[in-house]
Design a protein around this ligand. Structure first.
Ligand SMILES: [Zn+2]
Length: 230
């Protein structure tokens, strides 16, 4: 299964309160942003599976750690490809919005390079520039530092949660059931026709504790070709 999770599909899964997804559509498009991290310790990568429920794709948290056997996760055991993803929170300087940028594991080295020059990383202002025409599977993104100031994370809006909103967590039994029936608990929540962007946004979710499972990804040297697609 290789369903593509494009920007318009992504909007269907836009979790309330986390802002919208970031994308640059065309070659040389750019946006001025801050990465909402202090340093690489804040960067979270997730081991996830992409599943389809009611014709819609959804990210599901993998149940096993990288050193555990595949049988610990029904989706791994069934051969569903394990993917490492990051949902990078960006502060859009022009509008003051927070947007979420979905990235693969190769982006970790780009963030690392940037974070070694700015402490905290959020104090750096970057242009993200797209290098690649629409639909080009070899598209890359340049990070060009254009400014630095004293901005702290505390000066910016609250960080959005990924786990529980963009990435859903299910139990072993629920995933086993999905493999047999194609359904997941709460799967109907994602039907686009039930969404109303004007009213779906929650103001703040500070009283909602969502457990994040941090997955430390070991560096692979980033020698593999970039395959992110937009
Ligand atoms: Zn898995």
């Amino acid at each position: 299964m290789c369903a593509r999770f494009n920007a318009s599909q992504a909007d269907n899964y836009k979790p309330a309160g986390t802002g919208s997804f970031f994308s640059l559509a065309n070659d040389k498009d750019f946006e001025t942003v801050r990465f909402m991290y202090n340093n690489m310790d804040d960067v979270e990568a997730y081991s996830v599976h992409e599943v389809e429920v009611n014709g819609q794709t959804q990210w599901v948290n993998c149940l096993r750690e990288y050193d555990q056997p595949v049988d610990n996760c029904p989706l791994c055991a069934a051969g569903n490809k394990l993917q490492v993803k990051m949902w990078v929170p960006l502060y859009i300087v022009k509008t003051g919005e927070i947007k979420i940028w979905e990235r693969g594991r190769t982006f970790i080295s780009q963030l690392d390079t940037a974070s070694r020059r700015f402490n905290p990383l959020v104090s750096g202002v970057f242009d993200i520039e797209r290098q690649g025409k629409k639909g080009d599977q070899n598209t890359t993104y340049s990070l060009i530092n254009i400014d630095k100031d004293d901005t702290q994370l505390a000066d910016l809006p609250e960080l959005p949660e990924v786990m529980g909103s963009i990435v859903k967590e299910f139990t072993f039994e629920e995933l086993q059931n999905y493999l047999q029936t194609g359904t997941l608990p709460g799967g109907n929540d994602n039907k686009p026709q039930t969404r109303n962007p004007a009213t779906d946004r929650r103001p703040s979710t500070s009283n909602e504790q969502v457990t994040r499972r941090e997955v430390r990804t070991r560096s692979t040297g980033a020698t593999q070709p970039r395959t992110d697609v937009f």
